[in-house]
Design a protein around this ligand. Structure first.
Ligand code: GYE
Length: 342
């Protein structure tokens, strides 16, 4: 299994060969059909203006505040750039995303961008895009594929690092406690890169000390309703729990409702650590109901536009572009909240 999590690679020999290969295929397509589809026709007709570029974007869904902010930012960025954006919402189903990608291939868009709902199972459809000469850009979430030539670039966060940051806060918070620290983990969508990696990074850091015990770990599918439902059940079966680690704010917000419904005080009786730092999460953090948030930025629009322009112009792009992010304590949330865009 090969994944490109933290790896940042510039121009490699393999990459150069791949670009040459794409150019050759595109040139062949022009010769055969006399009319080029995909992103490789600039050699024949000169560079494309932004107004002539068409991008198909297959979004995961609208499962969280993060996703809504991400969708808005991408739509805004393409509008600002004057690039046509075809947008589809897969409602968190891989089969819908595959259908959307196939339809973009049929429509011969210039670039396909998508945020893969889960990591595996993409090779066939990505191969179809490649054979059609349409470059693919991954945003936000990674795919798990042996074949890195199936996409141009992967733009998004380092989710393992996010999990580690959450773990580091937990380690410091309980530094003086010798008793076991019981933790419930609310996982993101099963099989999704951020769910896998946020669990991995967290486990690695807390695993160094036996007192940290993840007593239960279940998926809440990155939704508020899912987080609430799972937290309700897990709080009943684990009455001694000290902390909930939720893979996103929305599930943490659901857990707050479950904790309050059980007659306890979130942030005090049970501490909460989440990832994202969207406005609702930051508000709960500022109010003391969440204890710590690791930021994950949904504002990927401008960088995606930049990658699309370069890919269409046949320029080299970095294979892995990692988003810069911070963390927030309760005090920092109070300060940052008024300026928070999303
Ligand atoms: O953290 C979560 C969303 O893929 C980074 O997906 C994204 C995650 C984000 O549903 O809120």
């Amino acid at each position: 299994m090969r994944r490109v999590n933290g790896a940042r690679s510039g121009t490699t020999r393999k990459h150069a060969a791949r670009v040459a290969g794409i150019a050759a295929v595109a040139a062949l397509a022009v010769t055969l059909s006399g009319c080029a589809g995909g992103g490789g026709d600039q050699a024949a007709s000169g560079p494309k203006d932004a107004g002539d570029i068409v991008v198909g974007f297959a979004q995961v869904g609208a499962e969280s505040g993060w996703r809504t902010a991400n969708t808005k930012d991408i739509q805004r960025a393409f509008k600002d750039a004057g690039i046509e954006l075809k947008f589809s919402d897969a409602q968190q189903k891989q089969e819908n995303q595959i259908k959307a990608i196939r339809s973009y291939i049929t429509q011969q868009v210039d670039v396909i961008a998508f945020s893969p709902v889960v990591e595996t199972g993409w090779d066939a459809v990505l191969k179809e895009a490649k054979d059609a000469g349409i470059p693919v850009v991954l945003t936000d979430r990674a795919v798990d594929s042996e074949d890195e030539t199936l996409y141009e670039s992967f733009l998004g966060s380092d989710f393992i690092e996010e999990g580690k940051k959450a773990g580091q806060w937990v380690v410091e918070e309980y530094a003086d406690q010798t008793e076991p620290v019981e933790i419930i983990q609310l996982e993101g969508t099963t099989g999704a890169a951020p769910a896998i990696d946020r669990a991995e990074g967290f486990a690695e850091v807390i695993g160094a000390d036996e007192k940290f015990q993840v007593v239960a770990s279940q998926t809440g599918d990155f939704t508020r309703a899912g987080g609430k439902q799972v937290a309700e059940a897990l709080l009943k079966s684990n009455p001694g729990v000290d902390l909930i680690y939720a893979h996103n704010d929305d599930m943490g917000l659901g857990a707050i409702e479950a904790i309050e419904a059980a007659g306890m005080v979130p942030g005090q009786d049970i501490k909460i650590v989440t990832v994202d730092a969207v406005k609702d999460g930051m508000t709960a953090l500022a109010e003391g109901k969440i204890n710590f948030i690791v930021e994950c930025s949904p504002l990927l629009g401008d960088q995606l536009v930049d990658i699309v322009k370069k890919v269409v112009a046949g320029e080299d792009v970095e294979k892995r572009i990692i988003t810069e992010e911070t963390t927030f304590t309760q005090e920092q949330a109070v300060e940052a909240l008024p300026e928070r865009q999303y």
